[in-house]
Design a protein around this ligand. Structure first.
Ligand code: GRF
Length: 196
């Protein structure tokens, strides 16, 4: 099974998935490997890590497309290289900062995952930590979920909770939650690989 990871930035979740796959021998265990990393930004630091680890990389600049539909259609074409009816790829969003069209989501239903930096269903969307601080939340966290047409919704596969400490800022929370993301995302993917 091919795993295709979509990123926009640092790609630390992608790197955690790649490292866990290697450490745990996903190839032998599940016949699965991270086959490609696709970024909508050429400057995404995660692309360097992927190349250094011998993973195929592609850059698809969303700005080059007139519409979301056209961008998603081009994205599907790239993913198609790693996707086959008898061997459907897992499509993993890891800090991919684009909203996907219903057509894209529908195509990969059940094998399209996302990680979101809040305890969903609380705080879908952006600026989750500041919103959680403003609301006086005592715990924050991250959620791995199946992607559905509605943004940051869909069946929850894994969550990690992190307590809010006195003096916490959005940045400090983001750092502590990210450490947990690096544990739960590879775990959730391995669980899914075991089932499919
Ligand atoms: C993570 O906090 C993730 O939850 C959010 O974007 C961030 C991506 O970080 N969707 P990275 O690119 O994996 O380092």
């Amino acid at each position: 099974k091919n795993i295709v990871i979509l990123i926009s930035g640092s790609g630390s979740n992608m790197a955690a998935i790649v490292k866990t796959a290697q450490r745990e021998g996903w190839q032998d265990k599940f016949g699965a490997r991270v086959a490609a990393v696709i970024s909508n930004k050429a400057s995404a630091a995660g692309l360097v890590f992927a190349r250094e680890h011998g993973i195929a990389t592609e850059v698809l600049e969303h700005k080059a497309f007139a519409s979301r539909e056209a961008f998603d259609a081009a994205l599907v074409q790239i993913i198609d290289h790693f996707d086959a009816p008898e061997q459907p790829a897992l499509v993993v969003l890891a800090g991919f900062m684009r909203i996907l069209t219903p057509a894209f989501v529908g195509r990969y239903t059940g094998r399209l995952l996302n990680i979101h930096p809040s305890l969903l269903p609380a705080f879908p969307g952006l600026h989750t930590y500041q919103r959680a601080l403003d609301a006086g939340c005592k715990v924050v966290g991250a959620t791995v979920h199946q992607v559905t047409a509605e943004l940051d919704h869909g069946p929850i596969l894994a969550q990690a909770a992190v307590p809010v400490l006195p003096g916490d800022t959005a940045d400090r929370l983001a750092g502590r939650v990210l450490t947990q993301e690096h544990l739960i995302y590879p775990r959730a993917i391995a669980d899914l690989l075991q089932k499919i």
